[in-house]
Each structure stands twice: as structure tokens, then as C-alpha cells.
Design a protein around this ligand. Sequence first.
Ligand code: NAI
Ligand code: MG
Length: 351
Amino acid sequence: MTNHHIALIPGDGIGAEVLPPARRVLDAVGARHGFGFTYTTYDWSCERYAREGAMMPQNGLDLLRDKDAILLGAVGYPGVPDHVSLWGLLIPIRRGFRQYVNVRPIRVFEGIDSPLRTATPGEIDFVVVRENVEGEYSEIGGRLNRGFPDELAVQESVFTRTGVTRVLDYAFELAARRGGRLISATKSNGIVHTLPFWDELVAERGRSHPEVDWDQEHIDALAAKFVLDPARFDVVVASNLFGDILSDLAAAVAGSIGIAPAANLNPEREFPSMFEPVHGSAPDIAGRGIANPLGAIWSAAMMLDHLGHPEAAGDVTGAIAAVLAKTDLRTPDLGGTATTTDFTEKLLELL
Ligand code: NAI
Ligand code: MG
């Protein structure tokens, strides 16, 4: 029997509440399709940072290296600055394992009210592909004259031909497999060095993918169109910062950030890829057992797909669609009163 060794990093807050449901779903669907999982759980979190001064041990990446995939809950908690939790755990994993593509699908399921009331379920179904290791999230820069009136901060963006080309190729190939349409997010009217370079590379890669109908739009106009006309999108490719913002916006358009999944992919499979819900640790509801587990469960489905089990992945997304379409059970973020456990039980039953 195929066995996959998964690293589980629950992290902080509701991260630890949404991973156990994802694990139950994985075990159930694996049993049906004839494969299994071994899990190793790591307590890397803000709690660990408070206790030991680091989010993860120094050899953290080495511990993960031989795993087939990483499933992460969320990190970040009041009292620990967000840049510490991000740069101490998530960013080292994404960069150290060359997870240069961040894939974030968006769908309005039947049974979910999009804040856009006219949207019919099924009509909104697209994917944001975010560049995940360079761009605006760079360590290059610095601060001078701290505390003085002439204090200043400089932060450089880094766009490389290799880094942009590989994420564009992933997005063009994904668009070719889906509806054949790609939109590139840009702002080359205001940001006059990096984004014209990005645009040139989009045009270059577009010539190599004639089967894809592509266009580019400025990020501000694109944000408005996500709200006004989300049904027109198929695949959207964006730099690290633009992709981060657009995908949270898209998740909200789809009804709740609690549903949205993400995959941090190393397409060459030299290193483990990491799967995580888009949402954070939600300190405002943590500990109450009411977190929506769908973002984590859908992320687990993306992991199944990556591990070579597309049918099992389809079973899981099918169960997500079924629990929303066929029952009234909802966690409070979707206007219901169900607990994480009740909701997970019902989903497992339908699975
Ligand atoms: P958040 O996503 O944790 O919460 C935003 C709002 O959405 C809150 O009202 C929360 O209750 C709600 N929410 C989020 N996920 C939910 C779920 N599964 N079910 C029901 N409601 C849900 O974002 P926020 O508040 O900006 O950040 C909180 C902490 O999480 C911060 O420390 C932040 O740095 C961290 N964070 C971590 C991320 C990660 O690990 N990838 C991503 C985003 C934030
Ligand atoms: Mg984000």
C-alpha cells in the first residue's frame, strides 16, 4: 500500500483546530482508495517562539526535507510581531524548498451566499497563481537613523528573469488545462522598472503558449473587477504582493476566507510542497471550536492531487460541495451555529 509521510505544522490559534479535521478526511479518503499516511507533527509556532526564542529549530528545514508534503494550519499570534512568525517559519520554508508557485483556487459553492448576491454558484471558479519567493517580499533594504527626524526605510523589490518566467510558465500551463484564459496583474504605469519587465516576460511567454488567450490589467482596476465581475476570470497570475492581496480579496468574494485553500508548490518536486488554508490563526475565535475547517480540508485535497491521487482529491472537493449544497450545517463565519467537529462529522458522512 502506498504510504505518504506528511509533516503537520498546526501552528497557532485555529491552525490547531482545522488540521485534525483535514487529517480525518485524508485518512478516510486514503482508506477508500488504498493508500495511507504517516504523520509527524511539529509544534513550530509563536508559542514555541515565546518559549525558546525561535519559531522552529535551526535544522527545521532538514527535518522536513524527506517528507512527501507539508500541511500547515496558520501561524501568528498577538504578542509576537507578524514579521517574526512569517520570516521565522513560512518564508524560510517557501524559499528554502523553492515553492515558487502559490496556487489559490476560488469557487462559489452551491449553498454559499457570495457577498455578490447576483453570482450564481458555479459561475465563479478561478485560480490565482502567486509568485511566492521573490518580488516585493525581499530582504534587501534597510533602515537608517532610527529614532531621529531623518529616519528612513528602503525596501527593494527583486524580479528575476528566471523567477518570473517559471511562475508565468506554470500559470500559462494551468490556463491551457483549464479555460484557456489568463490575466496578468500589473502596475507598469506607476512602478516603472520591475513591472514593465514583468509585462515583457508575460508577452514573451505568451508567444510560447499560443493556445492561451492572455491579457494584462492594472492591479487597481483588477481589484475592482474581482468584485464587479468575478465570473470572467479563469487564471490570474500576479507577483508576490499583488497575488497575496488579490487572493484574499477573491476568497472574500467567494463567501468566506475560512473556505479558501492554498498550495505552495515546488513544481520540480526536488523538495516537499506545502499546503495551507489562506486564513490566519484567527485569535478572535481561537479556542472556541467554531473555526471553519473547509480551507484546511480543501488544502488537503490539493495535497492529494499533488501526491498523485486526483480521484481522491475529487472525492474531497465533492464532499465539500455536498455538505454545503445538501445540508444547512454552517460554521458561524457562514452564518450558522455548527461547531468545527459537527461540521467535519457531516462532511465525513457525505464523503
Ligand atoms: P485571519 O485570517 O486570522 O482572520 C481574519 C478574520 O477571518 C477573523 O475575523 C477570523 O475570525 C476570520 N476567520 C479566518 N479564518 C477563519 C475560519 N477558518 N473560520 C472562521 N472564521 C475565520 O487574519 P488576521 O486576523 O489578519 O490575522 C491573525 C493572525 O494570523 C496574525 O498573526 C497574522 O499574521 C496571521 N496570519 C497567518 C497566515 C498564515 O499562517 N498563512 C495568513 C494570514 C494571517
Ligand atoms: Mg495573505
